[in-house]
Design a protein around this ligand. Structure first.
Ligand SMILES: [Cu+2]
Length: 313
């Protein structure tokens, strides 16, 4: 239901066009500076990552981000209209009521109609922004029917992921060091990880977050997903990758000295490839603790992760 509402909420294609222009301009600027690899073909898997000199929001990899783009563009057009109106008004009055043309200044101090208008109009503008804003928040909140569920746990300092419905396996995700990356992918240092999340393209992915030690945050901009991982709390959100690709994010809650150790990678692949990956992961990660919140696991974690983090510095 929420999903349909979400689609209904989306504004006209003009917004999309605006976003494309913004993104295009950013990509062009980056290309001019020689700082960005060639822009990927439409058919090639998408790379959801920041670009050098990028302006505006990251390119969208799925419906939630599409809705964020729409809302962002709508607010941008409202801001442009207000700024233009105020600028024109200021220019007009400085010209029309300048001392040479208007030597005797008006002593009017009250105008009821004007005062009501400049109170009511901003309230209406805020309402126009608030309604789609709340719709977007509830749209992101949860998905009515999930195809895949992923448990995400933030830990100092790595991510722990579990797939309870696809074989109940769990694994840790650590960043790759610079020398582990191929020469043409060095720009993905601090974004690339050893074990990415893998999801089927077009599947509604329910994300259940929890925290083990301090507050972390699961944030993948190109998929429009951000949720805190809070100790003692379980939160829910969702995303859907509508395009094949690799989507990069990071923990965006300052969570300690090795905060940078928490990049996030989501790979969206066709369903068959996902099933093969899940079948393989079941055996590959068989050693991993079945329950991410097992008490023994928590007790052992601080020392264990500190050592691992130190070893990888
Ligand atoms: Cu963190």
């Amino acid at each position: 239901m929420a999903r349909e509402r979400g689609h209904g909420m989306r504004a006209s294609k003009i917004w999309h066009h605006g976003a494309a222009v913004t993104f295009g301009a950013a990509a062009f600027a980056a290309a001019m500076l020689g700082a960005m690899p060639a822009i990927a073909q439409e058919a090639a898997p998408m790379i959801g990552a920041p670009v050098t000199w990028g302006v505006g929001l990251q390119q969208s990899g799925g419906v939630v981000k599409d809705a964020i783009h729409d809302f962002n563009d709508m607010v941008l057009y409202i801001i442009i209209a207000i700024t233009a109106f105020v600028a024109v008004l200021m220019l007009y009055i400085t010209w029309r009521y300048r001392a040479a043309k208007n030597p005797t200044a008006s002593r009017t101090s009250h105008n009821t109609v004007l005062e009501v208008a400049w109170t009511v109009v901003p309230v209406l503008i805020l309402l126009v922004i608030a309604i789609p804003s709340f719709r977007l928040i509830y749209y992101q909140d949860r998905v009515p029917s999930a195809d895949v569920t992923i448990n995400v746990q933030g830990r100092q300092w790595y991510w722990h992921y579990a797939y309870p419905e696809n074989g109940n396996f769990a694994f840790d995700s650590y960043p790759l060091t610079e020398d582990q990356l191929p020469a043409d992918q060095r720009h993905l240092f601090r974004l690339a990880v050893d074990n990415p999340l893998v999801v089927p393209i077009g599947a509604n992915v329910r994300v259940i977050t929890s925290g083990q030690d301090v507050i972390h945050s699961f944030f993948v901009p190109s998929l429009g997903v951000q949720k805190y991982t809070i100790p003692g709390r379980t939160l829910e959100t969702w995303f859907r990758a509508d395009r094949a690709g690799t989507f990069y994010g990071q923990c965006n809650q300052i969570c300690g000295t090795n905060h940078w150790f928490m990049p996030i990678v989501v790979r969206a692949v066709p369903r068959a490839e996902f099933d093969t990956w899940a079948a393989d992961a079941r055996t590959r990660f068989a050693q991993a603790p079945a329950s991410p919140t097992a008490p023994a696991d928590i007790a052992a974690a601080p020392i264990d992760t500190n050592l691992m983090a130190e070893a990888r510095r």
